[in-house]
Write a protein that binds this ligand. Structure first.
Ligand code: LLP
Length: 427
């Protein structure tokens, strides 16, 4: 459920006309709805109201500090995967005691930053990483809470690039090896405390079954560890709950909640979740302006000013994002077209063979469900300044990230003058 929709012929984000934002802030522009973000957070949280739980919003999905701030204000914690994400979360007012640090390749400086910031725990993905954390914590005279990310070998039935819980994936440690690591850490590593078990199997999961299967395996591991005298306080179930982009019908958080509560009955743990997409995906749109339309013998193209550098998902995963006209002024006239950007690659498209209103140059389109993995995966490819981001709250909106300028694009570059420039100077 989100707060984007038509009022008469005009498309609105909450109480603000999208056309007005596009005219004033320019395009391409990402527009987020504050009310939708909060609604999603509370829908998730309500699903676990009966049990101790902590929601750690997964920063990678959308890391704008205002988005993080909106969640922090509601009591959310954060799942981070880099020092950069930790920096953003702290800037947004996050409580470090509600931060978990995931990812297979944590660097020494990042581990040190997290320890100094006193985060809740590290989700450890390899035996070597666990030893590194112990060593660094010892040097800093700090204690590190950790969970081992177990790889449950469950198929999440999603796109292969975003499946993470299969043995062939680079993530996590197999359960039998994880047990050995927990016991080894208890006996021999002096600066780490085993406080959790972590499991994340993938993203855009639209069925309950893979979650339930992973939970069964996590439960078994929990009971084994308890048998070994380990006091595990947290069960981190990761993220992964899918959203509707097109026809998908993912379980509502309340059904997911019932299944997880049932599967963890009697364990006496605090549940942690790391939702990303389900929090922000449908809380954001990408608005672009039509530059040209081109009708060919085989295909029609609508060329817009947003491209794969702004929203990589269609090119990268073949993902579907609905496309809407910002002003419904076409009297039902439609065209089947590829909606493409200006990037010099045939893989640069936002929609393929799509029936859309017969838009004209100068019109605006809204690419829906772009709040997750949209701006956060954007780049400067083809030396395109990154888009502006806007937050709508009721009848007002604010620019929460300025559009990059041409100067921004070369800010960190150093011009080592070549022969031609040196000669010119001498002359
Ligand atoms: N926790 C961990 C350890 C993760 O790796 C991820 C996502 C999440 C939580 C959040 O998952 P979510 O609730 O958003 O499904 N770029 C891809 C998605 C990559 C997901 C990576 N990990 C896309 O655009 O579909």
């Amino acid at each position: 459920m989100h707060f984007f929709g038509y009022r008469g012929k005009n498309f609105y984000a909450e109480g603000v006309s999208v056309g007005k934002i596009a005219r004033e802030a320019g395009t391409p522009v990402y527009i987020y709805s504050d009310r939708t973000l909060k609604r999603h957070y509370h829908a998730f949280s309500a699903a676990f109201a009966k049990v101790p739980h902590l929601i750690c919003y997964s920063v990678k999905a959308n890391s704008n500090v205002s988005v993080l701030g909106a969640f922090a204000g509601e009591g959310s914690g954060f799942d981070i995967v880099s020092g950069g994400e930790l920096f953003r979360a702290l800037k947004a007012g996050a409580d470090p005691k509600k931060i978990v640090f995931s990812g297979v390749g944590k660097r020494e400086d990042e581990i040190e930053y997290a320890l100094r910031s006193r985060i809740l725990m590290f989700n450890v993905e390899s035996p070597q990483e666990l030893r590194a954390i112990d060593r660094i914590a010892g040097r800093l005279k700090k204690r590190a809470g950790f969970a081992i990310r177990v790889n449950p070998d469950v198929d999440p039935k999603t796109h292969p690039y975003i499946s993470t819980g299969l043995k062939k994936n680079k993530f996590g440690i197999e359960a039998a090896e994880a047990v050995k690591e927990y016991i080894y850490a208890k006996k021999s590593l002096k600066n780490v405390d085993a406080i959790g078990i972590d499991c994340h199997i993938g993203s855009q999961i639209t069925q309950l079954e893979p979650f339930v299967d992973a939970l069964k395996k996590t439960r078994e591991l929990f009971l084994t560890l308890r048998g070994q005298g380990l006091d595990i306080k947290y069960l981190d179930m990761g993220g992964g709950l899918g959203i509707t982009y097109d026809q998908e019908a993912p379980p509502h958080p309340s059904r997911y909640g019932e299944a997880v509560i049932e599967g963890t009955k009697g364990l006496g743990v605090t549940l942690i979740f790391e939702p990303g997409r389900s929090m922000v995906g449908n809380a954001g749109i990408l608005v672009a302006r039509v530059l040209y339309t081109k009708e060919g013998t085989q295909k029609n193209f609508v060329i817009v000013d947003a491209a794969m550098n702004d929203l990589a998902r269609p090119s990268l995963y073949g993902s579907y994002h609905a496309v809407k006209a910002v002003k419904d002024a076409y009297k039902g006239a439609e065209v089947t077209a590829d909606v493409v950007g200006p990037i010099c690659e045939s893989g640069d498209f936002l929609a393929k063979d799509r029936i859309i209103p017969r838009v004209k140059p100068g019109d605006y389109i809204a690419v829906m469900s772009a709040g997750a993995y949209g701006f956060s995966m954007s780049s400067n490819y083809n030396t395109r300044p990154r888009a502006a981001e806007v937050m709508v709250k009721g009848r007002e909106y604010s620019v929460i990230r300025e559009r990059e300028t041409l100067k921004d694009l070369i800010r960190n570059e150093r011009f080592v003058k070549g022969k031609a420039a040196r000669k010119k100077k001498r002359a």
